[in-house]
Ligand binder design. Structure first.
Ligand code: NAD
Length: 462
């Protein structure tokens, strides 16, 4: 009878539907913090114990070579997602993170031998790391941290920035795809599925998280340092660039513009205020205006720019961060000159453009009588962040004095600030610079624990 067949079909359909729903449910990636951490811990143990140095090196090289063709795609997504920065510079940052982040080759073993035997000091993984990433370099930080952390045998759970979710998830998806292709446990690189502060707090306090790497503003660094866990605090900066009367002025002008306008001034290392010795200040300004800077002179326009980018209590307006220079000029009713990269504003030390970390291609310039006065000012306006400072000078004593007095993690002489992360320079790159905690530019070593292994009474050869 027809009715029986129909009921049978219906039952079969319901059973099939329920089975498929259950299968999909099982296939869903874990979403609770606890599930994510559990899976990541398992993967980290496999990565630490089952992947020897040779396999680890193979996987890291595959990550580098297979991510490189995606640099432009990731840069475009990051630009659209955050609505900040410059596409060409973003592509460069991705390439930098992929090609210049050091890998397992960075490790060395220290050996001490004496009358009583041999001591080996080696670096071992912390285990599972929570990494909190900023909106200003979301993709480059994920790539740089992944290579460094995995090189030492660690696993990582990222906490994405709420304003950079799409590009962060896309980068992590690509990384996990490559890990799967290479036979490595994919959950060794994991991410929270949302960017809420509650999830982040739960992650940081999870007993299986052994180290916190916090890259961002003062809030997140404070949160990481008060977690009671070991932490790398990569906090804010306000890097001054000082140009003295002995500098090669044309080069200094070009370098300051290149550094201060790089990715529209988003990087924490970028020149945030210019301190110029009075006798060269006018010439320096002229040279800058011939090389991509626009000087805003009209006082009422400067006040309008302050109102445009800062709140009444002089905090930055987040939606004004990292735009192209022409965007600010147009909003002020000024037709931007072609190829303008940077807006130059002469002001005094107390001006908020000097005091605040703007992260916009707007550079305040302050005059000083001489190098000594300039150095004292540079020290004050850096606010003790110990982040970055730059000098243009050919006076060795001035360069040396500034390096000592500033006590910053990065100090660049006669180059744009980005030389400190390897652009046009020889050093490795770092997108997590442990400024608050003193780790400095991080490398695979930064995410490891030092362990001493003592062999008593043997292996001293002579
Ligand atoms: P941000 O502080 O707004 O966000 C960074 C991360 O911290 C985000 O994931 C956010 O969700 C989280 N967060 C913010 N406040 C928090 C709190 N109170 N508790 C817990 N988590 C919190 O940073 P941003 O605006 O995206 O990035 C710019 C800042 O980061 C600048 O100050 C810049 O100098 C700094 N930065 C530093 C480095 C470095 O290596 N030292 C590198 C890049 C950026």
């Amino acid at each position: 009878m027809n009715t029986t067949i129909e009921v049978d079909d219906l039952v079969k359909k319901i059973v099939a539907r329920v089975a498929s729903e259950l299968a999909r449910e099982e296939a869903k990636p874990p979403t609770s913090v606890n599930q994510i951490v559990e899976a990541a811990v398992k993967a980290q143990r496999a990565w630490q114990w089952d992947f020897n140095l040779e396999s680890r090196t193979r996987v890291i090289s595959a990550l580098k070579s297979k991510l490189l063709p995606h640099a432009e795609e990731l840069a475009k997504i990051a630009r659209d997602d955050t609505n900040m920065g410059r596409l060409d510079d973003k592509i460069l940052k991705k390439k930098l993170a992929i090609t210049k982040t050091p890998g397992p080759e960075y490790f060395t073993t220290r050996a001490i031998s004496g009358d009583n035997g041999l001591i080996l000091e080696e670096l071992a993984p912390f285990g599972l790391i929570a990494s909190i990433t900023p909106s200003t370099n979301p993709v480059a930080t994920v790539i740089n941290n992944t290579i460094c952390m995995l090189s030492g045998g660690n696993g990582v759970v990222f906490s994405p920035h709420p304003g950079a979710l799409r590009c962060t998830f896309k980068t992590i998806d690509l990384i996990r795809g490559i890990l799967a292709e290479e036979g490595a446990p994919v959950e060794v690189v994991s991410t929270l599925s949302d960017a809420s502060l509650d999830s982040l707090k739960e992650l940081m306090s999870h007993p299986d998280i052994k180290l916190i790497s916090a890259t961002g503003g003062p809030g997140v660094v404070r949160a990481a340092l008060s977690s009671g866990k070991p932490a790398i605090g990569a906090g804010p900066g306000n890097p001054p660039v000082l140009v003295d009367e002995t500098a090669h002025l044309e080069k200094a002008a070009k370098d300051v513009i290149a550094g201060a306008s790089f990715d529209n001034n988003l990087p924490c290392i970028a020149e945030k205020e210019l301190i110029a010795v009075n006798c060269i200040a006018d010439e320096l300004k002229d040279l800058m205006c011939h090389n991509g800077a626009y000087e805003l002179k009209d006082r009422s326009k400067i006040d309008a720019l302050v109102d445009l980018v800062l709140t009444k209590d002089h905090k930055i307006k987040k939606d004004m961060v990292g735009k192209d220079a022409c965007v600010y000029l147009e909003k002020l009713g000024i037709t931007p000159p072609p190829n303008v990269r940077l807006i130059l504003v002469e002001c005094d030390e107390r001006h908020p453009f000097v005091q605040e970390e703007l992260m916009m291609p707007i550079l305040a310039m302050v005059r000083v009588a001489d190098f000594k006065e300039g150095l004292a000012m540079a020290k004050r306006v850096e606010h003790g962040f110990r982040h970055s400072a730059i000098i243009h000078s050919t006076n060795i004593d001035n360069m040396s004095d500034m390096a000592k007095v500033m006590e910053t993690s990065m100090f660049v002489k006669n180059a744009p600030s980005f030389a400190s992360i390897g652009v046009g320079g020889d050093c490795p790159t770092a997108f997590t610079i442990g400024t608050t905690t003193g780790d400095g530019p991080t490398t695979p070593l930064s995410f490891c624990r030092l362990r001493r292994c003592v062999l008593h009474g043997a292996f001293r050869i002579v």
